[in-house]
Write a new protein. Sequence first.
Length: 152
Amino acid sequence: MLRRLPVGSPFQLLLLACSFALAGYAGVRLLADDWSGVALWIVGAALLHDLVLLPLYAVADRAVVHGLDAGGRRAWTPYVRVPAVLSGLLLLVWFPLILGLVDRRYRMATGLNPDVYLGRWLLITAVLFGGSALLLAMRVRRAAKRRSPAVH
């Protein structure tokens, strides 16, 4: 009557135990010097995500879905979502450099010019959306060929 717990192979269990040990070690090292600052940062990041970012990208996603659904093209939604998510993640990680918020400090630490980040992010975003549009065009063309009867 009792169900067996799904347990992986011994290698998976060892890998899982090692990952927990590594995460525990990293947590102890991270919290050793400034645990209150780290805790504040984690709580602040969670609140910023849940109260600001989540509603913003939920509204943007609904607008995309509604816009594509109105034209009967709901299947095209992933071709907008994927490049938008990847571009957004890049912006989230590199926003201080993209927005020029750490210009002097970055230049002093690395000796490099931080002015290239905005242009590069825009170029990467354009390539992501262009590649997605190309994949969509290939998919639409392939579907059109399947629907049309072969003419000899």
